[in-house]
Design a protein around this ligand. Structure first.
Ligand code: NDP
Length: 452
């Protein structure tokens, strides 16, 4: 028997849930297919458990700073099983909240993988569902390599299964996940080596990425640039690696591959509807989230757009507003999306990097920079510097990029992202009275342009 809906959403992660719930709010009859846990990567094996571990790591660091301030207590180590029980309880509550909202929204939740039978028909186990609008929101999965011994290690999903802190960890990769996990593990007591084939945080402002690498080294993380791992071996219960430089680093207790992610399209039978994908398998979409097949849309990590939860959520909601909410112009503006790497310290960015600005505006680019030791660290005798950078163009110094590295940058960026999106000039920052004494005030107290 065929079940008919206004909208079928494939995937119950951030983007899929957002599209389904918003469409139901507009009165649409919606089915949502999710064979695994509700919440997708972000809730189950991504942003949320990562941020929980990051908070624990911050606590560990705060204890060290407290000792440097003169507190008598010795820093304690984390009781992983106890903290992970709290972490999982928190996540369970999020999933329960989603389940309640789906129920209240009268969305039909199908615990099956969906396959295309036609552009309007989906096979889900024994059930056949039909709708004139179908949204693909199936997310992404960590990449794997053919490298010999790959399975001796794990991917980020395996990090979340750890129940104790590995004494020595090797991390392969230099992107978001590698940098974030390296910082967390180091702060919680692991001895961490990172193997980075080129540079950290490709696509980010190069200067800031190297400064981050320097800071990570000061935290005790060994960052090995220009190093490709060609094999992993097990010997006497420990992990050894082969490096293309000829050395054999190790032994390690844990090996984490953090080498990017690929879109989840393999089980969808997209060939049946001739859906266009790029060479990585991302579903190609236009500015309206439309694919090449009328009535079929895609949002989130399955598309080539920025793989960030708030992007997927915003795209899903806008799409539902357009299809069912009587808002024909609703679409996500993909320009100037802020992003934070929860490294130690955090790295925050919105708009263009200095290189991107020079590519776009040529010589008409200038930079303001502020570098300082935050008071909280200076009091503890630490010399780790925060660096803030404004990338500007034009005679009136319109701000086209903001880069921030240092404690609290993760929380500071959001407000400055609003200013950039509104077209702020350097003079607007100068005209704003500082809040003293804070790190944030350095954003409005920047002096002369950096020469060059
Ligand atoms: P990224 O794309 O951020 O980084 C992948 C890293 O792996 C790069 O350093 C890349 O090097 C390296 N790499 C790729 N292939 C190989 C290889 N064969 N050998 C060695 N190194 C390799 O991917 P992640 O997996 O870290 O994260 C996936 C996405 O998830 C991110 O891009 C981001 O969008 C999202 N995310 C967001 C977070 C946040 O908002 N805080 C946190 C975590 C993830 P190279 O640069 O040379 O290609």
């Amino acid at each position: 028997m065929q079940e008919t809906f206004d909208l079928i959403v494939l995937g119950g992660g951030s983007g899929g849930l957002a599209a389904a719930i918003r469409a139901a709010k507009h009165g649409a009859h919606v089915a949502l297919l999710e064979p695994k846990k509700l919440g997708g990567t972000c809730v189950n094996v991504g942003c949320i458990p990562k941020k929980a571990m990051w908070y624990a790591a911050q606590m560990a660091e705060a204890q060290q700073i407290a000792v440097d301030y003169g507190f008598h207590e010795k820093p304690g180590s984390l009781d992983w099983p106890r903290f992970i029980a709290y972490r999982e309880k928190y996540i369970e509550n999020i999933r329960a909240a989603y389940a309640r909202t789906l129920d209240q929204s009268k969305i039909t939740v199908v615990r099956e993988t969906g396959r295309f039978v036609s552009p309007t028909r989906i096979l889900a186990g024994e059930r056949e569902l039909t709708a004139s609008h179908i949204v693909i929101a199936t997310g992404s999965t960590p990449n794997r390599l053919d490298t010999p011994g790959f399975d001796i290690g794990t991917v980020s999903d395996g990090f979340f299964a750890l129940r104790s802190c590995p004494r020595r960890t090797a991390i392969v990769g230099g992107g978001y996940i590698a940098v974030e996990l390296a910082g967390v593990l180091r702060a919680l007591g692991s001895d961490v080596d990172m193997y980075v084939r080129d540079r950290l945080m490709g696509g980010f402002d190069e200067e800031m990425a190297y400064l981050l690498g320097d800071e990570m080294r000061q935290h005790g993380i060994r960052v090995h640039y220009g190093c490709q791992i060609t094999a992993a071996h097990e010997k006497d219960g420990a992990i050894l690696l082969d490096c293309d430089k000829g050395n054999q680093p190790g032994p390690y207790e844990a090996l984490i591959w953090a080498i990017g992610r690929h879109p989840n399209t393999r089980t969808l039978d997209i060939e049946v509807i001739d859906l266009a994908v790029d060479r990585h398998g991302h579903v190609l979409v236009d500015a309206w989230q439309e694919t090449n097949v009328p009535g079929v849309y895609a949002v989130g990590d399955v598309t080539p757009n920025k793989a960030l939860t708030p992007v997927a959520v915003a795209a899903g909601r806008k799409l539902a507003d357009r299809l069912f909410g009587g808002m024909p112009d609703a679409r996500l503006d993909y320009d100037n999306i802020p992003s934070v790497v929860f490294s130690h310290p955090p790295l925050a960015t919105v708009g263009l990097s200095e290189q991107e600005a020079r590519d776009k505006y040529g010589a008409d680019v200038h930079v303001y920079k502020q570098s300082f030791v935050p008071m909280q660290l200076a009091l503890a005798g630490r010399l780790m510097k925060s660096v803030y950078k404004l990338v500007c163009t034009g005679e009136d110094s319109r701000i086209v990029g903001i880069q921030m590295l240092g404690p609290a940058s993760d929380e500071l960026l959001q407000g400055f992202a609003v200013a950039l999106k509104m077209g702020a000039r350097k003079s607007d920052f100068d005209a704003t009275v500082a809040i003293h004494p804070t790190s944030a005030e350095e954003m409005v107290l920047m002096g002369a342009r950096v020469p060059g």
